[in-house]
Write a protein that binds this ligand. Sequence first.
Ligand code: ARG
Length: 464
Amino acid sequence: MAVNKKAWGGRFREPLAKSAEEFSSSVAYDRRLYKQDIVQSIAYARALVKPHILSAAEAKKIIRALEEIMKGIESGRLPLRPELEDIHMNIETLLIERIGEVGKKLHSGRSRNDQVVTDARMYVKYETTEIVLLINKLQTVIVDLAEKHLKVVMPGYTHLQRAQPVLLSHHLMAYYEMLQRDKERFLAAGRAADCLTLGSGALAGAGFPIDRDALAKELGFSRVSRNSLDAVSDRDFIVEFVAAGALLLTHISRLSEELVIWSTYEFDFVELSDRYTTGSSIMPQKKNPDVAELSRGKTGRVFGHLLGLLTMLKGLPLAYNRDLQEDKEPLFDTADTVRRVLSIYCEMLAGASFNCEVMTAAARKGYLTATDLAYYLVRQGVPFREAHAIVGKIVAYCEESNMQLEYLSLTQLKQFSPVFTYDVTRILSAESSIASRDLPGGTAAVRVREEIKRARKNLLHDKA
Ligand code: ARG
């Protein structure tokens, strides 16, 4: 009997120290890959028949046992053992305990090195499609809100100072665009993961003539890896997935920041539903936007995962190194965080109600149509820089006399430039300012309506 009872224990004269066993065990988290691991093993058992490593009957026996093990793990009937290192050794051990000698044949030509990354690729592919669906859902909530508030005027900001009037729907649709890019990035990460690495063996390629193309087809991969050394050590697809998550959460975090500010007493632009806000344990009047804040806060941990992964990878020589086991927790946590934030955001945002009158009133105060006034002068032939200076003086005058641009009379305006005529009064409202931004990408209602239509069409297409 071997002194070291591990599956790999043959050459060892001492058992693994308990501390080292605990230190290196990953079952606590890689148990999440049990389904992928079993599906992969079932396909691999089939692939071992052609090169005569397994008879058809042996493969069948293995497959049946694996299916039972899947059910056992799913129901919690089969506990996983931390001392067996990882999910792969756990499942293989369960298999051998169940069917004996035949089970010991399954690992022929395979290594945990090509096995684990195959599981991870299956996981990333699945998570990507789930996340894309959730992004679609959030985009739909945003487009619905944009449509509902199509004509609502609000101040647009730069430097958080009132700048020019825009439509609330235009502001909301900005987030649709960000999410559209996020979706494309997740789809790209899914394509990066969509490559069969199984058959790479430990590092040099499996030692048996396994039909990798058939394996790829069976496991739903669209291509096979072209270099075994790269295949077992490449985690680019995980970095790409986490990077897509980091950028998506950056966008959610920006939106959160706006909702937090907008729901303050000072702004009062939005009221978040009671169902997605919390009170204070001491101040009875408080209603806090915790969901938005937590979403903003959770962004940081995904940034951390991205940096952690890049740092873990940067010094690794080819091919597999155990450092790579550290890819899993950041990967899982990123997928979980992104999914949870997207789901709760769909609910929270759908329940938000905008204080349209407050927003529109804000757009009327603060000289937001000063640029329009300068453009009026430009259309009368005044060079823009000169027009800018003239309107600057007009704004200063308004400030002194505590007046808004809209209320200036023609006589008053003429004191600053003789080219003003009666029609100037028509361009000073927030509404006319918005209507004048009538070009692709502009905030004019016709353009925003067009973008909403385009978005709806895209969403239908993306869902299919
Ligand atoms: N648990 C390991 C991981 O996640 C599986 C591969 C282990 N391979 C090895 N040769 N020790 O990376």
